[in-house]
Design a protein around this ligand. Structure first.
Ligand code: ATP
Length: 363
């Protein structure tokens, strides 16, 4: 069946210079974001960073002290939620318990000036889209958590919003269902081509379904990018650590004539980019972007070399994750597990070899 009853032209969202305060608390600090038409976008960050505040601002449930929110060319900040053409699915689903699935989906359409035929067509298409057409006569209490979630989605989609907002939609589902439902949400989003924003504190969830992510912390957008861009080229330590296992080695940048070196706490001196200002710094790299060599092996080419002692290892099947101490710090190195080679043992002193292009200096 075609989904023409549910489809609309995808809208772009443009957020400029937004500041939101709750009394003296500054919850959003000068937020700027451009979300493309049809994009599946995530707001990702730890609890309290302002994700929900930003989502509710777009939906119309919060006000801003400064800035603008433009959806499909229209500045919506002064419009009430029901005039914004925005559909929001809440963490709690907020279904009406005394109404059937069918009634939950059609109820929101009744107050609109639609023919009965149009209402029924939209409800049918929306329930089909989420695979619930056979359960239309049930009450929410007769459905599983995942099914209730899909009713909430169908109800929102049936209104035919230009933008879909999802506030931690998977958090009430158990782990195995979460993976399935996130795939279903992605498939639905692609079929409708609907601009969608997904709020989550789970980086795996954001990485697997979203085209681009805004990483937030303390009311600020720290970085915007595709999952791979953020993982491979984090703009700062916060993003680097939030997106996956991160190694950091503390030290300082020192001037050595016109050259710069990174002096690690514990003594080692490594070449550093010439444009780095002297001062405290951290060397950053991922566990799979370094290799282990025996102490006597010569460093190859321009690679950085730290000396470290192995403090433990975990066998993960395709890789072995070594825990090491370098200076005072714990780092992790992933080594592919090939054949029956045994590798290094606890207390071995080894070299950690890092290609400069896979490492960053953060301040
Ligand atoms: P979570 O993942 O826990 O939902 P979040 O990133 O969505 O967190 P928000 O709900 O946007 O965070 O809250 C951002 C900050 O603003 C928090 O420190 C919160 O305590 C504060 N805050 C939220 N709503 C209000 C309010 N109505 N009055 C005062 N402070 C609030």
């Amino acid at each position: 069946s075609s989904l023409d009853a549910l489809k609309r032209e995808a809208a772009e969202i443009s957020i400029s210079n937004v500041n939101v305060s709750y009394g003296a608390y500054h919850a959003l600090k000068n937020v700027n974001l451009e979300i493309k038409p049809g994009e599946f976008f995530a707001f990702l960050g730890p609890s309290g960073c302002g994700k929900t505040t930003l989502l509710r601002l777009i939906a119309g449930f919060n006000t801003a002290q400064t800035g603008s929110v433009v959806i499909g060319g229209r500045n919506v900040l002064t419009l009430p939620p029901w005039r914004r053409d925005v559909g929001m699915v809440f963490q709690s689903y907020a279904l009406w318990p005394h109404m059937t699935v069918w009634k939950n989906v059609t109820f929101g359409l009744e107050e609109r000036r639609l023919s009965a035929q149009e209402r029924n067509q939209r409800a049918e298409d929306a329930l089909k889209l989420v695979g619930l057409e056979k359960l239309a006569d049930r009450k929410p209490s007769q459905l599983s958590g995942g099914q209730q979630q899909r009713v909430a989605l169908a109800r929102t989609i049936a209104v035919r919003p230009t933008v879909l907002l999802l506030d931690e939609p998977l958090s009430n589902l158990d782990a195995s269902l979460r993976v399935q439902v996130r795939r279903e949400i992605l498939a639905m989003q692609r079929r409708l081509g609907l601009t969608t924003i997904f709020v989550t504190h789970d980086q795996e969830e954001a990485n697997t379904v979203c085209d681009r992510i805004a990483v937030m912390s303390e009311g600020m957008v720290q970085q915007v990018g595709t999952p791979m861009e953020l993982y491979d080229n984090p703009a700062n330590l916060f993003v680097g650590r939030f997106l996956g296992t991160a190694n950091t080695v503390s030290g300082e940048i020192r001037a050595n004539g016109s050259e710069r070196v990174f002096q690690a706490v514990g003594g080692e001196v490594l070449p550093a980019p010439a444009n780095e200002e002297p001062g405290p710094a951290k060397l950053f790299f991922r566990p799979q972007n370094a290799s282990l060599v025996t102490k006597s092996e010569v460093a190859s080419g321009s690679d950085l070399r730290l000396s470290a002692r192995i403090s433990g290892r975990e066998f993960l099947g395709s890789t072995i994750r070594y825990a090491l101490k370098t200076g005072g710090e714990d780092i992790f190195i992933d080594v592919p597990h090939i054949g029956k080679r045994n590798g290094f043992s606890e207390d071995d002193v080894v070299g950690v070899q890092i290609s400069p292009s896979d490492a960053s200096i953060f301040r």
